[in-house]
Design a protein around this ligand. Sequence first.
Ligand SMILES: NC(=O)c1ccc[n+]([C@@H]2O[C@H](COP(=O)([O-])OP(=O)(O)OC[C@H]3O[C@@H](n4cnc5c(N)ncnc54)[C@H](OP(=O)(O)O)[C@@H]3O)[C@@H](O)[C@H]2O)c1
Length: 280
Amino acid sequence: MLGLGPMGRALAGALLAAGHPVTVWNRTPGRDAEPLALGARSAGSAAAAVADAPLVLLCVRDHAAARAVLDTAGPALTGRTVVNATSIGPDDARANAADAQALGVRLLDAAILTPTPTIGRPEGTVLLSGDPEAFAAHAGTLRALGTVRHVGADPGRAAAFDAALLDLFWTTVHGWVHALALARAEGIGGAELAPYAQGLSRLLPPLIEDFARRADDRHHPGDRSSVASAAAGLAHVTHTARARGLDTSVLDAALALTRRAVTAGHGPDGVSSLVELLSA
Ligand SMILES: NC(=O)c1ccc[n+]([C@@H]2O[C@H](COP(=O)([O-])OP(=O)(O)OC[C@H]3O[C@@H](n4cnc5c(N)ncnc54)[C@H](OP(=O)(O)O)[C@@H]3O)[C@@H](O)[C@H]2O)c1
């Protein structure tokens, strides 16, 4: 296990709990107390850590950090399977796999979709992509991490799932913080608003299913709600927020896109039709 931040420690802990021998290394020494207490061995360098390891897990801050660790380990990685569980973009995952292949390293990219407390439990969700044979060879070990799925031979595919889901997550988080600011400007506290926000979130699961089907079919009937109606709704929320002096940049962007759809003739279509406008 290369990298002992909160996630690296959680991954090492899950492997140890499942009975796998684990050697750990971290750039900054002294961060291995937790895995050592669980039975891990510690190595003084990345190269020493991977020396006896058929399977290497890498989990550090970002793409640059992952490349730095891979470079540090260097030729010691040849012949091994490396799972890069660092959050990176799809193109970086593809470039990593190509570079690794040239060095005789089998690299799988992993996207961890759930936080540290879920790791090693069924709700811990890890998607992997890249070399299917490398995945098949190590799937039994990797299943110690939680619910583990191989989503394709394209090394960038797990990172693409991750990016799409984080797109949803972060725009949702921005929606919620903006709603809290708007409510505050109107003298409504977060605790007062929260139950109604929870109610809204319960409407999302069927909407997610419905929009996904419509996007795949490229068919967006305006039977239940229309783009034109959404534009009117967004306009009044944006107006209210601006009147209270709030930053409306996120709402402005959503309103501008929705109005563009109306101008393009999608007013009577369902709101899911916006995906067609967003797609290049
Ligand atoms: N925490 C979560 O719940 C969670 C969930 C899903 C995905 N992830 C992903 O998992 C990865 C690791 O996250 P994390 O929570 O463990 O904490 P983090 O703070 O993102 O990463 C800390 C780790 O990165 C190492 N690091 C940073 N820069 C480095 C460099 N230039 N060279 C070598 N090592 C470097 C740190 O080493 P030092 O100790 O030497 O600084 C430490 O091992 C991230 O990509 C994150 O997005 C985390």
